[in-house]
Design a protein. Sequence first.
Length: 81
Amino acid sequence: MATFTSSLPDSLLENLSKTAKELKMPKNKIIEKALEFYLDELKRAQYIKSFKRASKDEETMAIAEEGMADYFRMLQEYDEE
């Protein structure tokens, strides 16, 4: 595991210390979990943005609708078995 050094505003560091004591967790674990959560949220926001962009593209929507029709047909065939 790599070591990373950073500066934080005093108020944020105080809040982190208080939370770490309350949760009985090391500060680095709280930072790790918070950063993982934040990066996941950024990735989710990028997906949302790309889907919104794709929904405005007629060709992309036509391909998606065709794929959904095929998928629906496959589900119906599976149900008939």
